[in-house]
Design a protein around this ligand. Structure first.
Ligand SMILES: O=C(O)C1=C[C@@H](OP(=O)(O)O)[C@@H](O)[C@H](O)C1
Ligand SMILES: C=C(OP(=O)(O)O)C(=O)O
Length: 414
């Protein structure tokens, strides 16, 4: 689907969808209990639906009530042998070790952009933990057969934190204790979110500097009543929209959240935007914007939003951590460089791990999303400052994390 986004200004208040990162973790934890949990504020995007499908296949019984509340009866007793993870990187790397708790073969199948993303980081550690695994040249589909045993294992954390999240949630249910040695962990706030979710379900894990995790085996997950927070990744995009094209208040997000993308507030302030926190709401308003420096190594999902911010700022902004972008829904560093070039914005990715963006006038163009939800949203935010309109190919990709993004954009247009 193509979407044409005309230039314009915005003002208003929006509530982002719930955090899909927390939603997927909470769904997994609810599956691992032997009782009834209640998840509140759950909304559906493609990735949370994928996680919901996975827990139902693995044995959970899910009842929906009004207002986004789900009652989930846990119990790991697979009803099928195929997990369909859609396009979700997290569901793949989270539910593969969980499926490996079972003494039966399970196949993990994905689609779209996920089929080109690397999964090789799981193979050797799962084998070392006693799991039979067949991968397809380090990509999906994967076939695993547990039970995963626990023990001592080394994991490379440099490509993604998501498999570590999967191990941290699965291994408390293994028979033996585990010590996980992690080399070069990235996206570490996401590991904090995992530990916080496990703790809410009564599971103990200790860690030192994201290098060594100790996970006692034989633990029980206790059912929990868990309210899913608003999503800071979606909020980041809305706040950049406010900072570059008017004023936006985002409701139902807390600065005290462990979510990685709270860091957008630092970038906004460095660029000169007005940022105001009040309780569970944050407002970003336009002021003359100037170039900023920011390291997004541990909050890689911010890059597309920061590209729209830097394009609207005077001077050359420097954003570090581009090596984190190669294996997302597309190669986001190349996609930002090539699509912003069509808008007349120069993006230099020639230096390793660094992106430099020269802010300036944005011109009308036809651009591609590469099937990547965050690229589609980033280009739509940039379109608001264009000299006409921007046509975005593949705009339906926003359904992965924020199905009503374009509806919300129109709601605040003035
Ligand atoms: O654990 C999570 O919820 C996520 C971790 C991050 O991935 P990486 O650890 O692969 O950077 C992030 O980019 C992704 O959108 C969600
Ligand atoms: C990279 C993302 O998600 P995932 O890795 O879970 O597919 C994302 O939402 O930007």
């Amino acid at each position: 689907m193509d979407k044409t986004v005309p230039q314009g200004r915005v003002k208003g208040t929006l509530t982002p969808p719930c955090s899909k990162s927390y939603a997927q973790r909470a769904l997994a934890a609810a599956l691992l209990t032997e009782g009834e949990s209640c998840l509140r504020n759950l909304e559906y995007c493609d990735d949370t639906r994928a996680a919901l499908r996975c827990i139902e296949t693995l044995g959970a019984s899910v009842r929906g009530a009004d207002g986004g509340t789900l009652t989930i009866r846990g119990g790991l007793r697979p009803r099928g042998s195929i997990l369909r993870v859609g396009e979700s990187g997290l569901s793949t790397r989270l539910f593969t070790p969980i499926a490996a708790l079972c003494d039966m073969p399970v196949t993990i199948e994905g689609e779209g952009t996920l089929l080109s993303r690397p999964m090789h980081m799981m193979t050797a550690p799962l084998r070392a933990l006693g799991v039979e695994i067949a991968d397809t040249g380090g990509r999906l589909p994967l076939r695993v057969r547990g039970p995963i045993r626990g023990g001592e294992v080394a994991v490379d954390g440099s490509v993604s934190s998501q498999f570590i999240t999967g191990l941290l949630l699965a291994l408390p249910r293994a028979e033996r204790d585990t010590t996980l040695y992690v080399r070069r962990a990235v996206s570490t706030p996401y590991l904090d979110m995992t530990l916080a979710t496990a703790a809410r379900f009564g599971v103990e894990i200790s860690q030192r500097d994201y290098e060594e995790f100790y996970i006692p085996g034989g633990q029980r997950y206790e059912p929990a009543d868990f309210a899913i927070e608003g999503d800071w990744s979606a909020a980041a995009m809305l706040l950049v929209m406010g900072a570059t094209a008017g004023e936006i208040t985002v409701r139902n997000v807390s600065m005290l959240s462990k979510q990685a993308d709270t860091a957008v507030c630092t970038a906004l302030a460095r660029a000169g935007a007005a940022v105001i926190h009040e309780g569970q709401a944050v407002t970003a308003a336009h002021r003359p914007l100037h170039a900023f420096e920011f390291d997004a190594t541990h909050c890689p999902d911010l890059f597309p939003a920061l590209a729209a911010l830097a394009a609207a700022a005077e001077g050359v902004s420097t954003i570090r951590g581009t090596s984190r972008l190669e294996y997302k829904e597309c190669n986001r560093a190349e996609a930002i460089r090539d699509e912003y070039a069509k808008l007349g914005i120069e993006v230099d990715t020639s230096e390793e791990d660094v992106m430099r963006i020269r802010g300036g006038a944005i011109r009308s163009a036809r651009v591609r999303s590469y099937g990547d939800h965050r690229m589609a949203m980033s280009l739509a935010v940039a379109a608001l400052r264009s000299d006409g309109e921007v046509e975005i190919e593949g705009a339906e990709s926003v359904a992965k994390s924020y199905p009503d993004f374009f509806g919300d954009l129109e709601r605040v247009r003035i």
